[in-house]
Design a protein around this ligand. Sequence first.
Ligand code: ADP
Ligand code: MG
Length: 220
Amino acid sequence: MIRVDGLGKSFGRRTLWSGLDIAVEAGQVVAITGMSGTGKTTLLNCLSLLDRPTEGRITYDRTEVTALNRGASRRYRRDNIGYLLQDLALIEDATVEENLRLARTTRRGHAARRQEALDRVGLAGREKEKIYHLSGGEQQRVALAQLLVKSPPILLLDEPTSALDNVNTGVVIDIMSELAATGAAVVVATHNDQIRARADVEHELRHCGDSGLEAGVTAR
Ligand SMILES: Nc1ncnc2c1ncn2[C@@H]1O[C@H](COP(=O)(O)OP(=O)(O)O)[C@@H](O)[C@H]1O
Ligand SMILES: [Mg+2]
């Protein structure tokens, strides 16, 4: 469903990674691991077309998405991608409900879907609260509810459990699994052993040599 072929990313003379080959089928969870600085976030940004690789290509269902222009990239992102950023990217000054309305979807039954998603993450009844009044864990659950509302065919998660307790880690894994079960292709950058255990495939980005970073991928 998603194919990454010979992907590389360089900044000037520094190569972050090169020669990455990754395939993600519908319903699969692929974990991207590797130390801080090995380029996990950059890879997710390339998959979401927020950043551009310097070599190689990404295809989704037969479309070479790395060849799309700006407008088409924006539509691709809107229609196909749910991206849980490491810093969540919620609108702090807006309410829980207003943030959920931003999870654009072409499906019907928006209000019911929002309600269902809030129930699912344990935030029913908190619709009118401002994001800045919520704890970090609660804000994380709002971001997860956005993903449930959108129910995207491609789900990207950037270290979704880095600042969470075990309860919320369980919620993250449940929702990730639920969306995969409905056919989403999931790519998750993580260090978390519970998430790694849930993943179908793991690719490790790693430092090689001492002249900066080079590609290093382990599939399991
Ligand atoms: N636009 C950029 N220009 C130069 N270096 C960058 C740029 N974007 C990211 N980097 C560098 O790429 C490296 C990998 O970053 P990142 O993808 O955030 O890694 P990770 O998510 O694995 O910690 C970092 O050293 C970062 O400074
Ligand atoms: Mg990162």
